[in-house]
Write a protein that binds this ligand. Structure first.
Ligand code: FPP
Length: 224
């Protein structure tokens, strides 16, 4: 059975779910947050050490202002309400992506990281204003600036996922088969599962089914 250390998830389908059920994309994001909480709990049960969630891409700034503001207020309230609880559960929070939000939000993100820094049960990497191409370009610039050899080990040092093993498993919900500029380097050997259900409908049972399938895959990493 394959070990499972790191699960990465593209949480797609909130908007469609919200429009269909409540005539509002934002309602879908609110429902999506409930799924986030369920999946965190289940991830802990599986003793997985890293969970990386794609919450907001560098391309998501193209969305209407009202939706962007709603997403960030959802995040802000989530952190304010849940940070103590996450800390008690020994969850470490890390934000990957460029922290160039309002000074209030940047502060909240940094405080949340600092508060949970020592925790070891589960590390959640929340990708916010994240884009894999920008991350890679930045890493190459650092290598050049520091006159270092271009090799995997050195490049990894400058990725925002430094100190995190590559994902074993990527799940994308929402019946769409693409990577959307997410962890392009880190996903080189991940097992990928595309799930038809929209993120707010995705539940523990669906997650467990995927994990079970993943555990039984023969992973070769280029070998036979
Ligand atoms: C993609 O669905 C989802 C997002 C861009 C946002 C993800 C946010 C959440 C799951 C809730 C907030 C989470 C936190 C941690 C505060 P989409 O809107 O692109 O869906 P669509 O493809 O149906 O339009």
């Amino acid at each position: 059975m394959n070990p499972l250390n790191h699960v990465a998830i593209i949480m797609d389908g909130n908007g469609r779910w919200g429009l269909k059920r409540k005539n509002s994309r934002n309602a879908g994001h609110r429902a999506g947050l409930n799924t986030v909480e369920k999946i965190i709990k289940e991830t802990i049960k599986h003793k997985v050490k890293f969970l990386t969630l794609y919450a907001f891409s560098t391309e998501n700034w193209k969305r209407p202002k009202n939706e962007i503001n709603f997403l960030f207020s959802l995040l802000e309230n989530f952190l304010k309400d849940k940070i103590e609880d996450l800390n008690k559960q020994k969850i470490k929070l890390k934000f990957i992506g460029k922290k160039n939000f309002s000074s209030k939000l940047n502060y909240l993100l940094r405080v949340s990281e600092k508060k949970t820094y020592q925790n070891k049960r589960l590390q959640i990497n929340l990708a916010l204003n994240y884009g894999s191409k920008a991350e890679l370009i930045n890493a190459f610039k650092e290598l050049k600036k520091n006159k270092e050899d271009i090799n995997e080990k050195n490049l990894n040092k400058y990725l925002q996922t430094y100190n995190t093993p590559d994902p074993d498993l990527l799940i994308r919900t929402g019946d769409t088969k693409r990577l959307s500029n997410f962890l392009l380097w880190q996903l080189a050997y991940s097992e990928i599962f595309f799930e038809k259900k929209l993120w707010p409908d995705f539940n523990e049972k669906d997650y467990n089914k995927i994990i079970k399938k993943y555990k039984n895959i023969k992973r070769n990493f280029g070998n036979i």
